[in-house]
Design a protein around this ligand. Structure first.
Ligand code: PHE
Length: 451
């Protein structure tokens, strides 16, 4: 017997849940340092242009596919055209790869939140503290486990009562906290220099790499090409306006990424005396440099605790969407119950995540293409699978299944305002851009080019 599919109760519930998926570690940690690294304002400008063109095209396509079929990635593509079920399988692989390592980093956030809440700001500000923590065995796995359990409980409860309710509470709090901290940070003495550095375009740094970096970031940040938006779309009601909702989700995601930059870039800039290198530190920017900044800030321990709380909320709503993507695919494909699927997915995530976590400690001899486990999985999912899925989605919908399925879905509630533009993007511009991302990622991994 087929169960009636759950749905988000209204447009706001849908938009907050999808924005919750989109806004995550990608916005709060990755966007600010990429912006700083790739020429400040110029990166932001390129990113904005890509968001309203490429991001819009893929997001509207995925949500439309989900809502049209009422199914998650594998079954959705199979229903549209048997030959393209493979795209769903790839999306499924991508989300199963990302979920464990995303939750490992979520566990680090829990650890830092607790460190700040217990007043250990001084300790957290030491580089050694971070290194000792991530290379340990039991502790990172413990916090990772806590993070996974939170995620699993929400997913187990279900779409409306779990995911929608969690997003409706966490997202507004997240926005308020982000705005408050950003305001506090930009009004610190000397911060204006950092704001200028963050916002003023440095044209001399503009290059193809800027565009490609912005593109990669865009897909990750908007949870695209992973099956997530197809799943969430399948829970969207027919009476909700699709085009408008996509614009709102994009606005949310982009605004929060830019605001995150206001929290981080000026603070680090002031703290490091204008040393740009302090910003380009990858993961340790959030876990080493930021605690140092908080240590030197008035009310730093409180601000730090609030900062990690908001990072935790953002990471949770994203990990919930990742786990939901996995669960919905398995439930649709094999007809298992939500409870059973969530329980088994959780066991899988716990085992894989523990191995990935140990990849920094006792298992750090395991390396692929010179990368540790977490970096390797990140590379496979974000740099390879994601663009490949994006390309296949555009080509299959653009030329075989035909964009009419998307038009029909959007036009349920009125005119599709940018139909012509959408079609050109879907068929030509998006696939070309995505092919460039893959070539770039491969060339970089093979050491042919350096960024
Ligand atoms: N968009 C999330 C972030 O910015 C990550 C994510 C990717 C979530 C893909 C779901 C699917 O952190």
């Amino acid at each position: 017997m087929e169960n009636k599919r759950s749905s988000f109760s209204n447009t706001l519930g849908f938009v907050l849940a999808a924005a919750g998926s989109a806004v995550g570690l990608g916005n709060l940690w990755r966007f600010p340092y990429l912006a700083a690294k790739y020429g400040g304002g110029i990166f932001i400008l390129v990113y904005l242009i890509l968001a309203v063109t490429l991001g819009f095209t893929l997001m509207i396509t995925e949500i439309a596919i989900g809502r049209r079929t009422g199914l998650s990635a594998i079954n959705a593509f199979q229903k549209l055209d048997k030959r393209f079920g493979i795209i769903g399988y790839l999306a499924c692989a991508a989300s199963f790869i990302i979920t464990p390592y995303y939750c490992v980093i979520g566990g680090w956030v829990v650890k830092y939140l607790i460190t700040f809440l217990t007043g250990n700001v001084g300790a957290a500000a030491e580089e050694e503290y971070y290194n000792r923590f991530i290379t340990g065995s039991a502790e990172p796995i413990l916090w990772f486990g806590v993070f996974v359990l939170f995620t699993a409980v929400v997913v187990m409860i279900g779409v409306e009562k779990g995911i929608e309710r969690a997003s409706c509470v966490l997202m507004p709090v997240l926005i308020v906290l982000t705005v408050a901290i950003a305001l506090y940070c930009v009004t610190r003495p000397g911060a204006m220099e950092g704001v200028k550095y963050y916002l003023l375009p440095d044209f001399s740094r503009f290059s193809a790499t800027t565009v490609l970096a912005a593109m990669g970031q865009l897909f990750y940040s908007m949870s695209l090409a992973m099956g997530t938006m197809i799943t969430y779309g399948s829970y969207m009601k027919k009476e909700d306006n699709l085009e408008k909702s996509v614009r709102q989700i994009e606005l949310f995601d982009t605004a929060l990424a830019i605001l995150a930059g206001f929290m981080i870039v000026p603070s680090v800039f002031v703290f490091s005396g204008g040393n740009e290198e302090a910003l380009g530190k990858g993961p340790s920017l959030m876990f080493v440099t930021m605690p140092k900044v908080f240590e030197n800030m008035k009310f730093g321990s409180i601000i730090g605790a609030v900062f990690f709380l908001l990072v935790l909320f953002a990471a949770l709503t994203s990990s919930i969407s990742l786990m939901e993507t996995n669960v919905s695919i398995v439930c649709d494909k094999w007809g298992w119950s939500r409870k059973r699927t969530t329980a088994l997915t959780t066991v899988y995530v716990l085992i894989m995540g523990a191995v990935i976590s140990l990849g920094y400690g006792s298992l750090n001899f395991i390396r692929f293409l010179g990368m540790g486990l977490l970096d390797f999985f990140d590379f496979i999912s974000n740099s390879i699978l994601m663009p490949v899925i994006g390309i296949l989605t555009c080509i299959s919908i653009g030329f075989f299944i035909k964009p009419q399925v998307v038009y029909d879905e959007v036009e349920i509630n009125g005119e599709f305002k940018v139909k012509g533009f959408y079609t050109v993007m879907l068929k030509w511009i998006a696939p070309v851009c995505l092919i460039l991302i893959v070539l770039f990622a491969v060339a970089e991994a093979a050491g042919w080019i350096q960024v």
